[in-house]
Write a protein that binds this ligand. Structure first.
Ligand SMILES: NC(=O)C1=CN([C@@H]2O[C@H](COP(=O)(O)OP(=O)(O)OC[C@H]3O[C@@H](n4cnc5c(N)ncnc54)[C@H](O)[C@@H]3O)[C@@H](O)[C@H]2O)C=CC1
Ligand SMILES: O=C(O)[C@@H]1CCC=N1
Length: 257
């Protein structure tokens, strides 16, 4: 049984809990002084809720994941200063550096991650930074622990922001695309539910093909565009409307911290 503590049970925290609950060997303990929705979720998913940091620490979690808003995360790390030095701390807060966390918790192994909401179905993409001063066995333990939630992409800390923007913010960009595809189905007479199912199925299959084949997306696109056919007309329209530039601009806009 692995005791996992989660502080900050909002969108990201609850997605991580859902993913971890698929493994019956994970016991989840949360700390929730503020959010009234957490008790309902705790009943639904069967996890423990504590209301103070002291109570939370008394449960002796082996791994603590911080999914609090970035400005609060350092304050929470400071409040954890009496935690056992064997407890692994994993921070999901975008923009809070390893050194800032290490200042608060100098004796603990600390990892930075930028996960994404698909961790709820164990299909996440998790950008991970591990400092080289962390013992190799602990590094492996953290990597294997996170791999329950999806693909772990280990990078340098200087790369974590862009990795987190594409992996962490990316689902929202894909959702905007899915929503627009659904609208186009409805515009052409499909019921909304069918249009949304069609769009998400197509994106799931296209992404899986790109992921598994490892072919460049431009080659995969060429396989769909029959000469003089319908797809290339749609692709030309996307180019006319600067679709690719809009995507690159969106990632750059989100990557400004
Ligand atoms: N939403 C996402 O897809 C991703 C979020 N993150 C990071 O996760 C963190 C949380 O983001 P969201 O879940 O989107 O925000 P959220 O607002 O949905 O959740 C934050 C949660 O923290 C709780 N909280 C606030 N103060 C607290 C305190 N003092 N003690 C305990 N809990 C407290 C709130 O009640 C809320 O439930 C941020 O640092 C964000 O950068 C990282 C990757 C992806
Ligand atoms: O929107 C945000 O700030 C967080 C970080 C990555 C995804 N969500």
């Amino acid at each position: 049984m692995t005791k996992i503590g989660i502080i900050g049970v909002g969108h990201m925290g609850s997605a991580i809990i859902k993913g971890l609950k698929k493994n019956p060997n994970n016991k989840i303990i949360t700390e929730n002084p503020v959010n009234p929705c957490v008790d309902k979720l705790a009943k639904e998913l069967d996890f423990e809720v504590t209301n103070t940091i002291l109570d939370f620490m008394s449960k002796r979690p082996e791994i603590i994941i911080l999914t609090t808003p970035a400005p609060i995360t350092l304050k929470i790390a400071e409040e954890l200063k009496n935690i056992s030095k064997d407890t692994i701390i994993i921070s999901a807060a975008a923009g809070i550096s390893y050194l800032d966390l290490k200042k608060q918790l100098p004796n603990n192994a600390i990892a930075r991650i930028i996960p994404n909401t698909p961790v709820a179905i164990n299909a996440g993409t998790i950008g991970l930074f591990l400092s080289s001063d962390i013992d190799q066995n602990i590094q492996t333990k953290i990597h294997d622990f996170l791999a329950q939630l999806g693909d772990v992409i280990a990078v340098k800390e200087s790369q974590l922001s862009i990795v987190g923007t594409i992996g962490g913010c990316g689902p929202a960009f894909v959702d905007v695309f899915l929503d627009a595809l659904g609208d186009s189905g409805v515009l052409n007479g499909l019921p909304r539910e069918l249009a949304n199912e069609l769009a998400s199925s197509m994106v799931k299959g296209s992404a899986s093909l790109a992921y598994e084949s490892k072919l460049a997306p431009s080659l995969l696109r060429d396989q769909v565009c029959s000469p003089g056919g319908t797809t290339i007309k749609g692709v030309a329209s996307l180019e006319k409307n600067s679709f690719r530039h809009a995507v690159i601009d969106a990632v750059n806009a989100a990557n400004q911290n």
